[in-house]
Design a protein around this ligand. Structure first.
Ligand SMILES: *Cc1c(COP(=O)(O)O)cnc(C)c1O
Length: 389
């Protein structure tokens, strides 16, 4: 059998990531590959660090993309800051908080969890009670934008609490970066990781990270070597560090980094705050349209993520059939529920380049059609009228 080239169709990606990749970014990926120690490429790496500092709102020197997906950025933060025997308070209000616990225990450290309701932001009072009971905790870890539920937590207030109890913070900003307000320095975040494929609208596979001076000092003061060779920031710094002298660590994913560079150039052109506002405006439009279809939100209006809309599947509507219909008839992808929400909710992404009005029109029209086919009564016209208002 001869296998021929893979030719994917053009889909509209409105799930929990990857989001639609802008044609400018796809074009950047196809530019000529350079050697990873070529001076021109090294210059681009320096620009990439500058652009990431802009996106994170930080002056942190140790700001760079890990050559692997968001999960590796998560692991990089934990393996570098947590040592065997440490105590880490982890806020859990969805799937990604659970993964943080898994990282902590695999290091041989203790995870003290603050279990919060799914679909709600992390509860500050609960966190303070736990920090009060565990004065020896070294780190507070939480997810800023819980993609499994669509809830936004108050990162600024959580970081202030952590400082009060002399804890460093590890923050998951995989879905928040570029989509909602995020200020690493002003809020006092010590270690943060994100992903390329959510609100940055780049291809999957890269994880921007940033570490504060206090986090770097903690890494330098470690008693045990970092258990992961690949993710040891001391070694990665030799490759990404300032000042021309680059020691080979691994071969950077050269073309993927062109893509990230382009996506961040586009973010800078739009303006970070304008990007946040665009996500908020598109969310308001989508929410009005969905409510007009009788489709209701899981998360209260005050803590909804604009870029990830989790909604209850109406009674009598078949989850899988609707998603299959959208994909087969409209080349449109939305997300299924994850963990406790499997089969109960849809997750509709408005991330980065996906957050535009054509996509909202397509989604509302196609969803109304798919649900009508199953005998559900709704009107696409009403939904579109509500979305425009
Ligand atoms: C997507 C996501 C991750 C994992 O990122 P990958 O690139 O899939 O490894 C981690 N945390 C959150 C909140 C996410 O949404």
């Amino acid at each position: 059998m001869t296998i021929s080239s893979f030719m994917p169709p053009v889909r509209t990606l409105m799930g929990p990531g990857p989001s639609d990749v802008h044609p400018r970014i796809l074009a950047a990926l196809a530019r000529p590959t350079l050697g990873h120690l070529d001076p021109l490429f090294v210059g681009m790496m320096d620009e990439l660090k500058q652009l990431l500092k802009y996106a994170f709102n930080t002056e942190n020197e140790l700001t760079l993309p890990i050559s692997a997906p968001g999960s590796a950025g998560m692991e990089a933060c934990f393996v570098n800051l947590v040592e065997p025997g440490d105590k880490v308070v982890v806020c859990v209000n969805g799937v990604f908080g659970k993964r943080m616990c898994e990282n902590v225990t695999r290091i041989g450290a203790t995870a003290v969890t603050v279990d919060c309701a799914w679909g709600q932001p992390v509860d500050l009072a609960q966190v303070e009670t736990v920090l009060e009971q565990h004065r020896d905790a070294k780190i507070l870890a939480f997810v800023h934008a819980e993609t499994s539920t669509g809830a936004l937590s108050d990162a600024q207030a959580l970081c202030a609490l952590a400082k009060k109890y002399e804890c460093l913070t590890i923050v998951d900003a995989v879905t928040s970066l570029g989509g909602v307000e995020l200020r690493v320095d002003d809020w006092g975040i010590d270690a943060i990781y994100s992903g390329s494929q959510k609100c940055l609208s780049c291809t999957p596979g890269l994880s921007p990270v940033s570490f504060s001076d206090a986090a770097v000092a903690a890494i330098k003061a470690r008693k045990h070597p970092v258990q992961s060779w690949f993710l040891d920031m001391n070694l990665i710094l030799g490759y990404w560090g300032e000042g021309g002298k680059r020691a080979y660590h691994h071969t950077a994913p050269v073309n993927a980094l062109y893509g990230l560079h382009e996506s961040l150039v586009m973010l800078q052109e739009e303006g970070l705050e304008n990007a946040w506002q665009r996500h908020a405006a598109m969310h308001a439009s989508l929410a009005a349209g969905l409510e007009a279809l009788g489709v209701h939100f899981v998360v209260d209006a005050g803590s909804r993520l604009p870029q990830l809309n989790s909604v209850y599947i109406p009674d009598g509507v078949d989850d899988a059939k609707v998603r299959q219909y959208l994909l087969a008839e409209h080349n449109l992808e939305i997300g299924a529920g994850l963990g406790d929400f499997a089969g109960k909710v849809w997750r509709i992404g408005l991330m980065g380049y996906s957050a535009r009005s054509e996509n909202i029109t397509l989604l509302l029209t196609a969803l109304a059609e798919a649900m009508t086919q199953q005998g559900y009564v709704c009107s696409a016209e009403d939904a579109l009228a509500a979305a425009i208002k």
